[in-house]
Design a binder for this molecule. Structure first.
Ligand SMILES: C[S@@+](CC[C@H](N)C(=O)[O-])C[C@H]1O[C@@H](n2cnc3c(N)ncnc32)[C@H](O)[C@@H]1O
Length: 212
């Protein structure tokens, strides 16, 4: 599958379900105390380092963008799906949301203090993910922080699965942390938790820092 066909399929799939997604997930953080704790730690690290704003990449309807912005760091959202961007702008008119792809960010080198990619790199085919992490590393300031959320598994080889929206991959936290290391990041912390009712897989988050 080429990068362009993956992006096309992902965009079409999320455009089609954007309203339903917003209905189902815009308040999901209220039910995720552990993820909220890691997001709070991320916000504090970004503010202490004070190297620029946070981009929530693959922001969907913007609920995590707004949550992060309320914690302190100036935060804006980017998403491939124009329908998601329209919903995010409608729900959070005080924040900036732009259409764009994590594969080629319209951002200058070294300008971000942080990146959140919460369940948004899950659709990137594994062979294309190193280039995405290199792009994240390019736009982060030295010492900038990155937080990833993803579906976890034990297999060191990423496993394709039938995600409800479009094809997705789950990763072992060790394998994803290795890829981050190869792209110039140092791991800071990780969270791996058991599935809640209605979730099929363990869920994980990785917090990493761009090496100076
Ligand atoms: C599962 S949703 C997650 C949305 C939000 N981050 C959350 O946690 O609820 C995945 C989002 O990533 C976006 N996405 C997928 N691939 C992307 C890419 N290459 N660049 C930017 N956004 C992308 C999709 O359009 C979708 O809105």
């Amino acid at each position: 599958m080429t990068e362009q066909s993956t992006l096309h399929d992902t965009r079409v799939a999320y455009d089609a379900i954007a309203s339903l997604y917003a209905e189902l997930f815009s308040n999901v953080l209220e039910t995720l105390p552990m993820e909220r704790a890691l997001l709070a730690a991320f916000a504090e690290l970004v503010q202490t380092h004070d190297a620029g704003p946070v981009a929530d990449i693959g922001c969907g309807p913007g609920h995590i963008t707004a949550h992060m912005n309320a914690l302190g760091p100036a935060t804006f959202g980017i998403d491939l799906s124009s329908a998601m961007i329209a919903l995010a702008r409608q729900a959070h008119p005080n924040l900036q949301f732009d259409e764009g792809s994590m594969t080629a960010l319209n951002l200058a080198d070294g300008t971000l203090g942080g990146i959140i990619a919460f369940y948004s790199v899950i659709h990137t085919p594994p062979q294309q993910l190193p280039a995405v992490f290199t792009e994240f590393e390019r736009v982060l300031a030295p010492g900038g922080h990155l937080m990833l959320g993803f579906f976890a598994g034990d297999n060191p080889v990423p496993q394709e699965f039938d995600h409800k929206v479009t094809l997705a991959y789950r990763w072992s936290p060790d394998s994803l942390a290795d890829l981050l290391r190869q792209a110039g990041f140092a791991e800071v912390a990780r969270l791996q938790r058991e599935p809640r009712t209605g979730e099929r897989f363990q869920q994980a988050s990785l917090l990493a820092r761009k090496k100076p």
